[in-house]
Design a protein around this ligand. Structure first.
Ligand SMILES: C=C(O[C@@H]1C=C(C(=O)O)C=C[C@H]1O)C(=O)O
Length: 500
């Protein structure tokens, strides 16, 4: 199967330092149905949670690994092992580590379906030149929930595991389970014109604030203008330019757990994610978090799924008196600029998936995806993956590497757009706009694009990011406004009262 990092050319390949800890000592993994754990006499799992295992009820620890959508997904507690990779071979380095680790584990998994058994959470830098730590984290305990039920997986250095071990690990690692309905209770009233959470935060004390510097915004607009010029000159067809905003708590810790709960409650059609790859002494440092509406690639039992987004309309821009859906249709679906942005994004995904499948299913027309803050043009894509000579289909991480970066976050042509981004943004995107998600030991996995979020740098500071597609018809001030609309959810979730 082909593998390609579109940023890589043979001349400029870089090496990938790999640091891993302490996987060698791990020996076993046990997966049990949640109901069985709840039924165990020493179990901390209540019958109430077993009956309603909405994973948002577990968003109570700010160092958990998270991948949830509408209460389904995975939440991991503790760190059994992690790998840090950088550079060109960040994906292959992580894959090799994971394959070796899982091959050495004695896996007991009677459920044996996607995401049961050992799972690793992963995040990968957007650019191969990034200094950010990419890699995987294997939590000690993972709680999973899909349409068929809920389960718990424990990994350990012990040669064999029992349900009592699972109960003990839960007791030690899971801080609290929220009452049913609590995540929804965190969602403020649905003010669709300015997005959820636009009410000032209700916490006492001073709120965190966003450092939005006018000069930086002007410089960014000038970069968009330069990008438009590159397109007019025929050097590019599309590029995506992003900017970062710093959030400061000024000595007050940022409440990441609360931010995740708000995002998961308000944006329940998005994938809420949180992962910390490098094992710094400061457990607050470099935690990637957010709620993304864009699924880069999911591999489920030999089938690939993706949700491509490009083309955005701020819901706050819709005038009174016209139904929102009609406004969205007119200004998104029927606007050639928005359609062009979308076409580039879908074209790049289909182009890179082609080598892995004989037939791709994708609707000819995009649909309008409605989020509380914006509307997007969206296309869902699926394809049966072609098995290789050994009969196995490529792993989720191989597909992630092949499709990243799509023109939804980079541009067209890819390599030229990536170079223009590095030059015009003057920013190490780090993990922003890179793949974030999980993979299991059977080649399944689900990865989104790390958008609508940020990175907590210290206990009281974070950087949040947003970007937008630039095409020939782009107007810098409108693109700046679009980044503000995209930043709103994460700023609100962090308790920042945004400008708008
Ligand atoms: C780059 C971002 O979003 C991407 C760009 C979009 C656009 O230009 O319309 C829409 C969705 C995403 O693919 C972001 O949210 O930061």
């Amino acid at each position: 199967m082909p593998t390609s990092d579109p940023f890589t050319t043979p001349e400029d390949a870089t090496s990938s330092p790999v640091t891993a800890s302490p996987a060698a000592a791990l020996r076993s993994s046990l997966t049990v149905d949640l109901a069985e754990v709840a039924a165990h006499p020493d179990s901390p799992v209540t019958a109430d949670f077993a009956a309603n295992p909405d994973l948002r009820r577990l968003l109570t620890a700010d160092d958990a690994s998270v991948w949830t959508i509408g209460g389904l997904g995975l939440i991991g507690f503790g760190r059994a092992a992690n790998v840090v990779v950088t550079g060109d071979d960040r994906f292959t380095g992580a894959r090799a580590w994971w394959d070796e680790l899982t091959a050495g584990l004695s896996i007991v998994d009677p459920l044996s379906r996607s995401a049961t058994g050992p799972v690793a959470f992963g995040a990968f830098a957007f650019a191969r030149t990034s200094t950010a730590a990419s890699g995987l984290v294997l939590p000690e305990l993972v709680i999973g929930h899909d349409h068929d039920g809920a389960w718990v997986t424990l990994v350990s250095t012990a040669p064999e595991l029992t349900i009592a071990d699972v109960a003990e690990a839960w007791n030690r690692l899971v801080p609290t389970v929220l009452p049913a309905g609590a995540p929804e209770a965190l969602a403020p009233d649905a003010d669709t014109t300015s997005g959820p959470g636009s009410d000032p935060d209700s916490r006492s004390g001073s709120n965190p604030h966003a450092v939005e510097d006018e000069a930086a915004a002007r410089t960014w607009c000038a970069s968009v203008e330069e990008g438009v010029q590159l397109i007019r000159d025929g050097q590019l067809e599309k590029l995506v330019l992003a900017r970062a905003v710093t959030v400061q708590g000024d000595g007050q810790p940022l409440d990441l757990t609360r931010a995740l709960r708000r995002l998961a409650a308000d944006y329940d059609t998005c994938w809420t994610y949180c992962v910390r790859i490098a094992d710094h002494e400061d457990r607050h440092a470099d935690t990637l978090f957010g709620a993304t509406p864009e699924r880069l690639v999911r591999v489920l039992d030999g089938t690939l799924h993706a949700r491509v987004l490009a083309g955005t309309l701020d819901r706050a821009s819709a005038p009174e008196g016209i139904p929102g859906s009609e406004w969205a249709r007119r200004n998104l679906f029927e606007d050639p600029k928005q359609r062009a942005e979308h076409e580039f994004a879908i074209g790049s995904l289909l182009g890179s998936v082609a080598a892995y499948t004989e037939e791709v299913e994708s609707s000819t027309d995009p649909f309008v995806l409605e989020l509380p803050n914006v509307w997007h043009l969206a296309s869902d894509v699926s394809a049966d993956l072609t098995p290789g000579p050994d009969g196995t289909v490529p792993s989720a991480l191989e597909l992630v590497e092949a499709v990243h970066p799509t023109a939804a976050v980079c541009g067209t042509p890819t390599h030229e757009a990536a170079e223009a981004i590095a030059r015009l943004e003057g920013l190490d995107r780090g993990l922003y706009a890179g793949p974030v998600g999980w993979l299991d030991s059977r080649h399944n996995g689900d990865f989104g694009i790390a958008l609508r979020g940020g990175v907590r740098r210290t206990e009281d500071t974070a950087q949040v990011y947003a970007g937008c597609g630039v095409v020939e018809a782009s107007v810098p001030a409108e693109e700046l406004a679009e980044t503000r609309a995209k930043l709103r959810p994460v700023l609100n979730a962090l308790g920042v009262t945004p400008r708008s």
